[in-house]
Design a protein around this ligand. Structure first.
Ligand SMILES: NC(=O)c1ccc[n+]([C@@H]2O[C@H](COP(=O)([O-])OP(=O)(O)OC[C@H]3O[C@@H](n4cnc5c(N)ncnc54)[C@H](OP(=O)(O)O)[C@@H]3O)[C@@H](O)[C@H]2O)c1
Length: 256
């Protein structure tokens, strides 16, 4: 038995994705959801429910990081865990969000990268895309990136518009029609870029709609969602999977 912990958790697509995979692959397992209000109880609950593994979503990823027995891989740097796996008596924590993003864009041929936004997702992506510069609406959250010697800009002082890949990690466009930066800035960026990726899924954001006018190759957050799931499933089953084939299964159920 596997499940996802979150608050809220009812919107999560993970049960749909992973149960469909188990069914297709004839694996006798199931994946549920657990509405956990207190993140500090996450490991206690994991043990009580006698599950083999879990995913963790907002707002409990930091609790999972702090409380699991051992953190492995990039999760150590990110400071957040989205996948928990029972290994003997221990519960091991991993992060597949940022590696899932990389896997989703692996066919892209890019060198320079601009991340728009400076929240949790931007931090995680900047760790797997160390060459990336950061553009944010306000200056406050850029401090973290400055301390890591990253090149950062606000809308007022951006002076480089030459990037191969532009990533929107803001929530602009999620529940509104906003662009993540003024249109004049995006027009300049898109006229030099090759790729635009949004982490928002379930809709085409104004950011991606504008990128398409410049004939850029685009991807929505669905790809990131799918590949974080594929990588989590590898940890759950304790083996490498044929990632493209598993991703096809997840896309099949999510695109309906
Ligand atoms: N596809 C996936 O698997 C996946 C995984 C994780 C997250 N996500 C998505 O990623 C997005 C961001 O999540 P997060 O946790 O990183 O958010 P967060 O920590 O709350 O950060 C929000 C960022 O967005 C900026 N922002 C918000 N509204 C804006 C607007 N109207 N114009 C310009 N900038 C704006 C904020 O700028 P200020 O600093 O100026 O406020 C901040 O930099 C969400 O939409 C979430 O659904 C998707």
């Amino acid at each position: 038995m596997f499940l996802i912990f979150g608050d809220p958790v009812s919107h999560s697509k993970s049960p749909l994705m992973h149960n469909y995979f188990f069914k297709k692959e004839k694996i006798d397992e199931c994946y549920g959801r657990y509405h956990l209000k207190e993140g500090s109880k996450i490991i206690e609950k994991f043990k009580e429910l006698k599950i083999k593994g879990a995913n963790v979503t907002v707002p409990h990823k930091e609790w999972a990081f702090k409380l699991c027995d051992e953190v492995r891989g990039i999760a150590k740097e990110i400071g957040a865990v989205n996948t928990l796996v029972k290994e003997g008596d221990k519960i091991i924590g991993y992060n597949t969000d940022a590696p899932g993003f990389l896997e989703a864009i692996k066919e892209f041929d890019y060198k320079s990268v601009l991340i728009i936004g400076a929240g949790g997702t931007a931090k995680a992506l900047s760790l797997v895309l160390p060459q990336a510069d950061i553009l944010n609406r306000s200056a406050n959250r850029l401090e973290y990136f400055k301390q890591k010697n990253k090149k950062t800009f606000t809308w007022d002082n951006i002076d480089n518009f030459k990037y191969d890949l532009i990533i929107n990690t803001t929530s602009a466009g999620l529940n509104d029609d906003n662009l993540p930066a003024p249109e004049e800035i995006l027009n300049k960026l898109f006229s030099n870029a090759k790729y635009a990726v949004d982490v928002i899924y379930g809709k085409e954001t104004p950011f991606l709609a504008l990128a398409k006018k410049y004939n850029l190759k685009t991807k929505t957050g669905l790809d990131m969602l799918v590949y974080q799931g594929v990588l989590a499933m590898e940890y759950f089953l304790g083996k490498e999977l044929k990632r493209e084939e598993v991703a096809k299964i997840y896309f099949e159920i999510l695109k309906d």
